[in-house]
Design a binder for this molecule. Sequence first.
Ligand SMILES: [Zn+2]
Ligand SMILES: [Zn+2]
Length: 224
Amino acid sequence: MREKKQLQTSVDEIEMLIRYAVPEKERAEAQALLGTYRANAVGLQVLKEYYSSLPEAREEPVLRIVHIDMRQGVFLLGLSTGQHEYIYFATEDEADCLGEYEETGGDPEILEYFGYAGKEAFLQLHPKMAEFDDFSKKWRVNKALCSVCAVAVGEYHHLGCPVEVCPWCFGQLSKCNCRFDLIQKEEMTSDEDLERFETQLQQKGRICFEEGQGPLYPALPKRR
Ligand SMILES: [Zn+2]
Ligand SMILES: [Zn+2]
């Protein structure tokens, strides 16, 4: 999760973008929605992307963001201005517009990533964007995401995430010494070393994210 200061910087930036992008009489609505997403790094990325690139140069305020899907810290979100609906994919670091909802343009690979066979299959399952839950609500329910890399319960952490537990010593995988024992070297110096370690890690079986795991968990790695 992002630090408060970083979130505030994003909020300030979006407020400025809104002043340029949205006509005065609709600004209050745009601000109200921004308020809802003040502490939501993913929501802020989407708003920043929307207001900085304004699809079709339409100067409309965002009135709603909905949660469509989520996988390994990547979110598929819908964004509505009341007059137009768009589909976005987003992480805590970036967001990109895939086009208007009904056209679900953009990259079919993104839809495939979320398990949809394509645009038609997606729209058949979800003909109306309005049916999805508010992303702000879902985000609160989904507190059970890794607090660092945002994967869900049962998913693998992004490699290097400090929350991931080592399957050999049950310490912190990003800090423990198991890797050096495994590759039989004092330090990792090449991509090859890293690949060898990753292969062994896959074979051993990585430990998925579970509720309650945090950067300090487990507090004291067991000595081997
Ligand atoms: Zn993680
Ligand atoms: Zn270890």
